[in-house]
Write a protein of this length. Structure first.
Length: 142
């Protein structure tokens, strides 16, 4: 009876050791996997908008490393944002910072799944606080 309990425990322990990595909290992709995704034609690129052509629905983005990619924007498919606002392709301008999620279609064209025009995040002041002490106005140590 003890032998059955010990072997059952060993089996359970081996299963936990084998499937444990599946439940680990690390969810980031190794650099090699990210490079593989780009080789497969999908990924995310961040850079400056180099050009926008609304006549053929394309956006070209240039990264800090100087690499340029041109993406097709598909009406009804590509999602465009500026901060939290939905925008149109005509709202995108040369010189704006953008993040583009993309994939490559069967013909080799880069398709933008989404384009997020990056905006500077401003911190909101605390309501009722003074600039000096952070204490509520009107209660400044009478």
């Amino acid at each position: 009876m003890i032998m059955i309990k010990i072997s059952g425990f060993c089996i359970l322990l081996c299963m936990l050791i084998l499937i444990g990595p599946v439940f680990s909290e690390e969810s980031t992709l190794p650099v090699d996997d990210i490079a593989l995704m780009e080789d497969l034609g999908e990924g995310v690129i961040v850079g400056e908008v180099a050009s926008v052509d609304t006549s053929v629905n394309t956006v070209t983005v240039k990264t800090d490393a100087g690499k340029q990619k041109t993406f097709s924007v598909i009406s009804g498919e590509t999602i465009l944002w500026k901060g939290i606002e939905d925008i149109e392709l005509s709202d995108v301008s040369k010189g704006q910072e953008a993040e583009v999620g993309y994939y490559t279609d069967d013909s080799g064209t880069l398709i933008a799944s989404w384009i997020d025009i990056l905006v500077e995040e401003l911190s909101a002041p605390l309501v009722g606080a003074t600039e000096e002490e952070g204490s509520p106005k009107g209660n400044q140590g009478d």
